[in-house]
Ligand binder design. Structure first.
Ligand SMILES: *[C@@H]1O[C@H](CO)[C@@H](O)[C@H](O)[C@H]1NC(C)=O
Ligand SMILES: *[C@@H]1O[C@H](CO)[C@@H](O)[C@H](O)[C@H]1NC(C)=O
Ligand SMILES: *[C@@H]1O[C@H](CO)[C@@H](O)[C@H](O)[C@H]1NC(C)=O
Ligand SMILES: *[C@@H]1O[C@H](CO)[C@@H](O)[C@H](O)[C@H]1NC(C)=O
Ligand SMILES: *[C@@H]1O[C@H](CO)[C@@H](O)[C@H](O)[C@H]1NC(C)=O
Length: 525
């Protein structure tokens, strides 16, 4: 390498790694234009995201380091941005999905998008002042599988699947009340593909064979019990299953669907359907195909009317970004028709906010609260009314993770995702010492002072490319990929004979959020 080349190389490395490490309010070191156009700035920015969001991965913040289970999240002080009670001492397998997905990426050394995801794990899980991120991941994975195994020993009636739980140093316990006798399908489908990704990633380490074997054994347990717990003949998968005795070994008579509710959605709930179709025992192909036939009613084509013409999209429940979770986990976008429908949806998402002068994007999230109040409502019903099944309650509150699906758009995803993510975290008090903040008002006067896996780390995972490459490899090795492709191609081709609007440009944020509220005192310029 010549001296000049070396200096250029060095400056790229320095920009890429070092700038921003002393400044949690690092968004102000960049411009939207830079993040849209300049790969070096993108890399530097995302390394800062990994670093600062990594502060969420600490004992009694985003995880319990001893049981290595996620906590749903933690409240922040409205003015200072320091930790404030309460810690959300509960969690669910959906949070595990993201945590597992991030660890799987960290094990790859370099993600499909070219990043070192282990930066996210820079905080010690052992009370030591310094520790190696890789060791933190292995320690966390080891403690986590112990927690899973213990949960299954103590509550075998769940068949290894997990309800909403309370989390402490000794492990996880079904939340009293509803979930002490029920188990949800949707969250467990999300978690399965996170575990699956970890298994694929561990295969690269011959010295981790024992850990790999424990994760594989746990996944095998889920595979073995999935139909007994979640299947209702013909072709239905329960959204929630009631368990008569959570201390009994799984037998069919221990389970009933007492809500008449099924995972017939073409959104997050589909992840359990995909897994069961591919890995459970079925008598014949007709039986398996019935799973997909039962889902057809909700897989609908609908037109989003933009000023430049119609954009054909898949109708959303609310069209909340949360609904695109499966794109973090599975190689849907390998199938051209599915990718084109997905991208049209994201096209519409950016158009909707742009044409309405909204500074950000929408996803189910905790609502903003009045200054110095800490009692947010969860606003599930946010998204895009025109292309949703259900009523939207509000478009007053944006959340950074509204942007995560944009990162998965082919070619322009990184630029597009960063432009919107940047616009949202640049708003008042939307950055803190633990990364991004839950949500903010369009007017810039209110925030939700909270950290959660959903609102924060979905986007970090999307920046890594999700767990898609790892899971594609696994499905290929297991000889399951062709069936997956065939089903997705068939179903999306059936539902989308025509796609309008593919030539319409994705849109950028039309306005920034007014600087009304002060930044957190611990994270201001
Ligand atoms: C670290 O030390 C604190 C205080 O002694 C303790 O409460 C905590 O459980 C320890 N373990 C971890 C993993 O942080
Ligand atoms: C953890 O929670 C369970 C269930 O509430 C409880 O029985 C157990 O004593 C707790 N352990 C610790 C160390 O707090
Ligand atoms: C497929 O298997 C199901 C469940 O055992 C059975 O009811 C059905 O008759 C079978 N169909 C065909 C076409 O073999
Ligand atoms: C656009 O979509 C709307 C709503 O489905 C429809 O009424 C209209 O005819 C479409 N316009 C064109 C030009 O296709
Ligand atoms: C969200 O909170 C704000 C501020 O307290 C309140 O005005 C608004 O009505 C809430 N919106 C919803 C949908 O709960």
């Amino acid at each position: 390498m010549k001296v000049v080349e070396f200096l250029v190389f060095l400056s790229i490395v320095l920009v890429g790694v070092v700038v921003g490490r002393d400044q949690c309010r690092f968004a102000s070191l960049y411009t939207q234009n830079q993040l849209y156009n300049d790969p070096t700035a993108q890399q530097s920015f995302i390394n800062n995201v990994l670093y600062w969001e990594g502060n969420f991965h600490q004992h009694l913040v985003g995880i319990n380091a001893e049981s290595a289970y996620t906590y749903d999240g933690h409240t922040l002080d409205y003015a200072t941005g320091e930790l404030h009670s309460p810690l959300h001492t509960f969690s669910a397998p959906s949070k595990e999905s993201i945590h597992l997905g991030m660890m799987a990426n960290a094990l790859t050394g370099k993600t499909s998008t070219g990043f070192d995801a282990s930066i996210f794990f820079h905080q010690s899980v052992d009370n030591s002042s310094s520790s190696d991120p890789f060791d933190n991941v292995i320690t966390t994975l080891t403690r986590k599988i112990t927690t899973y195994e213990n949960f299954n020993k103590q509550f075998p009636g769940y068949g290894g699947f997990m309800p909403w739980v309370s989390v402490n140093n000794t492990g996880i316990y079904p939340l009293p009340g509803y979930w002490s006798e029920r188990v949800p399908g949707l969250d467990n489908g999300e978690m399965i593909w996170g575990m699956y990704a970890v298994i694929q990633a561990l295969k690269a380490y011959s010295d981790q064979a024992a850990l790999l074997q424990r994760y594989q054994a746990y996944l095998d347990l889920l595979t073995q019990n999935a139909k007994t717990i979640f299947y209702t003949n013909p072709g239905w998968i329960n959204a929630v299953t009631h368990i008569d005795n959570i201390y009994a070994q799984p037998t069919p008579s221990n389970y009933q669907n007492d809500c008449n509710c099924f995972l017939d959605d073409p959104y997050e709930g589909e992840m359990l359907t995909v897994y069961m179709d591919l890995y459970c025992q079925w008598d014949n192909i007709t039986e398996r195909d019935q799973l997909w036939i039962n889902k057809r009613a909700l897989l609908q084509s609908v037109e989003f009317q933009s000023p430049e013409g119609n954009i054909t999209v898949q109708r959303g429940w609310w069209f909340s970004s949360h609904e695109q979770w499966k794109y973090l986990m599975l190689p849907y976008r390998d199938i051209d028709i599915n990718r084109r429908v997905f991208e049209n949806g994201e096209r519409a998402r950016t158009y909707f906010s742009n044409m309405n002068q909204y500074p950000g994007l929408f996803a189910s999230v905790n609502n903003v609260t009045q200054p110095n109040t800490y009692d947010p409502n969860y606003d599930g019903a946010t998204g895009i009314q025109e292309i949703a099944f259900e009523s939207i309650q509000t478009n007053d509150v944006f959340t950074p993770y509204g942007s995560y699906p944009l990162f998965l758009v082919q070619d322009v995803g990184m630029s597009l995702g960063l432009a919107w993510y940047y616009n949202m975290i640049s708003a008042p008090a939307m950055q803190n010492q633990y990364g991004s903040t839950e949500s903010g008002s369009n007017q810039g006067d209110l925030i939700c002072p909270l950290l959660t896996w959903d609102s924060k780390i979905t986007t970090v995972l999307a920046m890594m490319g999700g767990a898609v490459d790892l899971n594609r490899n696994g499905l290929t090795v297991d000889n399951k990929i062709n069936r997956f492709y065939q089903v997705i191609e068939r179903e999306w081709t059936l539902a989308f004979p025509v796609l309008n609007g593919e030539n319409i440009d994705f849109q950028l944020p039309p306005v920034s959020v007014p600087k009304v509220l002060n930044d957190f005192t611990t994270c201001s310029n």
